[in-house]
Each structure stands twice: as structure tokens, then as C-alpha cells.
Design a binder for this molecule. Structure first.
Ligand code: C5J
Length: 229
């Protein structure tokens, strides 16, 4: 029986993961954000910046699954009737097409549409919960907290996009609920490199005011200790 308490090198200092009480959350790796022709691209963004996070996330996913961690995926999107879409969110940016409108991958950010799906290489496995969220944070208007509490999860490893929007909002929601968060620096990405850097810096500032930051290679090396033994 191996020790399930793993110390992960992180900033501002190492963090301990008690594996049965840790979960990996992969945030919004959806075609609408990551692929050309989706919502992110419609906003004028360079989606290749987000694509840089795919390989590190795939590697972290594989290690987390092999180590037996609970893996949870999130998706940002709305009901087809758009009853959960705040008018402010719909109107913001004066986009044409905007959320709910037909786009190259179906209706933009609408559940069930092709663009709303997670990119195939990071597709959830059977049994991995998928949280559909109408907002930026994965706790708001979802059953994520219920699922985590049922499994006695105390620590969250966060990957996904975008660093300063949905990852940060989820991180802040989690932190206020008492979850310890470890952000994987190269497993997150932003359309704006300066926002990515700043968002990561904010996590670990002031002694880790929102949590901890590590990178995928460090995390995987640590998880391998329980995978190999
Ligand atoms: C955005 C997200 N950026 N998943 N969503 O609108 O970060």
C-alpha cells in the first residue's frame, strides 16, 4: 500500500495531495473556445494560444486517471431555449453572431451543439462527471459542490481555459468554499499571454492567496510515484 499523501513542488511552497481526497477539474476545453470558427475566434481571438494547453492537459489527464483521481470536466454553455442566458451576457460585446446564434459549429455556446463539445483528444471517459455551467465559475448554478462533498474532495487540481476567466472564477469560488487549489500553469491558457501570466501570479501572491501553482511535468512526476509502485 503506498502513501497517498504526495508532496507536489509548487509556488509559493509545496502542497500535499491526499489522492483519495483530490480531484482534477478540466475547465471548458470546448471546441467553441479552442478551435477556429468557434465563439473564441468570433471574438477576434487567436485560438492557437489555447491549443498550447491541450498536450499538457492530455498528459495530466492520463496521469490523474492512472493514479485513480476523480476527474471532472466542465463546459460553459446554455439551454437551447436560452432561458439561462442573462440578457447582459447575450448583449455584451454586440457580437454578430453572438451566444445562441448559428455559427460554423452550430449555435454558439449552446448545449448539444458541436461547438459546445469538449475537444476530442480531451474527451471525458464514461463515468467522469461533466458539469454544464451557464456562468464562468463551475460552482455557480451547478451541482459541482454536491459532487465534491459526496466524495469528500478537499483539494482541486485545475486545468483548462481561460486562465483569467473561467479558471480564475472557479478557483475563487472553490477557495471561498474551503477547497485547496493547485493550478497547472501550462495546463491553462489565455488568448492574452499577459493575462495568463498575471492570473497565475495572482494565485500564488501573498503566500498563496488563492492557492498554488505548479506545472504539468512536476505534477506528473509526482503522480508517477503512486502509478509505478
Ligand atoms: C470565456 C472561459 N473566456 N471558459 N470562457 O468566456 O474562460
Amino acid at each position: 500500500m503506498h502513501d497517498m499523501n504526495l508532496s507536489v513542488a509548487a509556488d509559493p511552497y509545496p502542497v500535499t495531495l491526499d489522492l483519495p481526497h483530490a480531484a482534477l477539474i478540466v475547465i471548458d476545453m470546448q471546441r467553441d473556445f479552442v478551435e477556429p470558427g468557434g465563439f473564441g475566434a468570433a471574438l477576434g481571438n487567436d485560438v492557437t494560444r489555447l491549443q498550447a494547453a491541450i498536450d499538457p492537459i492530455a498528459a495530466v489527464l492520463a496521469a490523474a486517471r492512472a493514479a485513480g483521481l476523480l476527474v471532472i470536466h466542465t463546459r460553459e454553455g446554455h439551454r437551447p431555449d436560452l432561458t439561462d442566458l442573462p440578457p447582459t451576457k447575450k448583449a455584451r460585446g454586440r457580437l454578430d453572431p453572438g451566444i445562441g446564434d448559428p455559427g460554423p459549429m452550430g449555435r454558439i455556446l449552446v448545449r448539444g451543439e458541436a461547438g459546445h463539445e469538449i475537444v476530442p483528444v480531451l474527451a471525458p471517459l464514461a463515468g467522469e462527471p461533466v458539469i454544464d455551467k451557464p456562468g464562468k465559475g463551475a460552482f455557480y448554478a451547478t451541482d459541482l459542490e454536491t459532487i465534491l462533498r459526496q466524495r469528500a474532495i478537499a483539494k482541486l487540481i485545475l486545468c483548462g481555459v481561460t486562465t483569467e476567466v473561467c479558471v480564475h472564477t472557479t478557483l475563487r469560488e472553490a477557495n471561498d468554499r474551503g477547497f485547496e487549489c493547485l493550478v497547472v500553469s501550462d495546463g491553462t491558457a489565455s488568448y492574452f499571454p499577459e493575462f495568463h501570466a498575471c492570473a497565475l501570479a495572482m494565485v500564488k501572491a501573498q503566500g498563496g492567496i488563492f492557492g498554488f501553482v505548479t506545472d504539468s511535468a512536476t505534477l506528473i512526476r509526482t503522480l508517477e510515484k503512486v502509478i509505478r509502485t
